[in-house]
Write a protein that binds this ligand. Structure first.
Ligand SMILES: [Zn+2]
Length: 431
């Protein structure tokens, strides 16, 4: 055993491809037999069974894509997105891979939101080869010494966190009709983030901003780098998704302000950047702030980045995810997501909250692939995800035209807590 997807592929290919002559016993897989033809046959057979184009609503290119979904989510989705009727291509580690088309991703995203209350909820890949990694348990992240001893620096920086400044960023981002990953305003909004981050870091020769192009859609991911003064090769990641979505029906024409999901996360990160510049703080390790493209349609931007960092052997010290920070729906202030995150780093982030703030801490789980932290986790990096509420008590208006700042009382007092935590995380990690 150990490679259950192979067995599935074999049985799938044999059951669906009547004309296929391949019939070797499956133990030969482990003796160097080329299984590629079997997989290709399975894939071809599955493609012919896909539902008609009636499910495809989004505009733009419509190409095959591979989606990884938690097995336990499939039946919950039920009729909302007919995965139970669709052939499983490969299966393993509690995850099934299906073939779909890019035009269906909005509908799957909406079903995940409606039935499982998730933002994201699945991984999407442009190749089956890339999807296969989801069938293996995530590799363990390297153990790191996580200490808290920057009491001379952090409180003064945290004190500068400014609610109106966060509100300004949220308001600007929510003013785009949408930040959809393949709409004109989706591209423009990410470029605005890049321009704004550039303006903030003007005059700092150790800071630079780049736009990362993705193949398959137009919205770029934005990366601001603060190069470490002593150990620049060691990288600390703070990120959140830049895109927004509203249901499966509107696509690039939808009204999707995404004020909470996730202008609020980008705004908290932007405030952290502003404070770094305002104080002249220089990290010893490299900080990378990221605004990921295309999270809502299968964590596509963050997956590309995390996978490329793994491939290049980047020494990622840890990843910190902010996705929805401004809806105060629970008695506690900051909830640490406990699943698909790193326990040791979560404990450290909890201690940061205790050490540098007076906020009440909670813990909650959000399920498979619920945000970009999962992209880092599955590539073997330690990720943590502080969230706005207990899962289920978070903002109900996300993924609609009503995800506006008004739902958070017209201010950013809750997001402010996450900006402060992000400052503490950046300084204690990059020392
Ligand atoms: Zn989100």
């Amino acid at each position: 055993m150990g490679r259950p997807w192979l067995f599935f592929a074999v049985s799938f290919a044999l059951s669906l491809s009547a004309g296929l002559s391949w019939a070797a016993p499956d133990q030969e897989f482990d003796q160097g037999v080329d299984h590629k033809p079997v997989l290709e046959a399975a894939v071809a057979a599955a493609g012919s069974l896909l539902p008609a184009a009636s499910r495809a609503h989004a505009k733009g290119d419509d190409v095959p894509v591979w989606i990884s979904v938690a097995d336990k989510d499939v039946s919950v989705l039920g009729e909302a997105f007919g995965l139970p009727d669709r052939p499983v291509i490969l299966q393993g580690a509690g995850v099934s891979i299906y073939q779909a088309r890019t035009a269906e991703l909005d509908e799957l995203s909406e079903a995940m939101h409606q039935k499982l209350h998730k933002c994201g909820g699945f991984f999407a890949h442009s190749t089956l080869e890339a999807a296969k990694a989801d069938l293996e348990p995530a590799p363990a992240a390297a153990a790191r010494a996580l200490t808290i001893d920057q009491g001379a620096v952090v409180p003064a920086m945290v004190a500068l966190a400014d609610e109106p400044s966060i509100t300004k960023t949220i308001t600007r981002l929510a003013s785009f009709k949408n930040r959809y990953y393949r709409s004109k305003t989706g591209t423009e909004s990410s470029r605005w983030i890049g321009e704004h981050w550039k303006e903030l870091s003007q005059g700092r020769t150790d800071m630079s901003v780049s736009l990362l192009k993705h193949s398959g859609w137009t919205q770029e991911s934005v990366i601001l780098t603060v190069t470490g003064s002593a150990e620049p090769e060691k990288v600390v990641v703070l990120g959140g998704h830049a895109d927004s979505i509203a249901g499966w029906y509107g696509g690039e024409d939808a009204t999707a302000p995404g004020a909470d999901d996730n202008a609020s996360g980008i705004a908290a990160l932007t405030e952290t950047i502003r404070i770094i510049v305002a104080t002249g703080y220089r990290p010893k390790k490299t900080l990378k702030f990221m605004a990921y493209a295309a999270e809502e349609v299968g964590l596509r931007g963050s997956q590309e980045i995390a996978a490329s960092f793994k491939k290049d052997g980047v020494a990622v010290q840890g990843a910190f995810q902010l996705d929805m920070t401004n809806f105060n729906g629970s008695a506690e202030d900051i909830f640490l997501i406990t699943d698909h995150t790193n326990d040791a780093q979560n404990a450290f982030v909890g201690k940061l909250v205790e050490t540098y703030t007076s906020y009440k801490l909670g813990r909650t789980a959000c399920g498979y692939a619920c945000s970009d932290h999962a992209s880092w986790t599955k590539n073997g990096f330690a990720a943590s995800f502080p969230f706005e509420a207990k899962f289920g008590e978070d903002n109900k208006n996300i993924h609609t035209a009503q995800d506006t700042l008004a739902q958070s009382g017209g201010h950013s007092k809750h997001a402010l807590k996450f900006a402060k935590l992000a400052v503490a995380y950046a300084v204690e990690m990059a020392k």
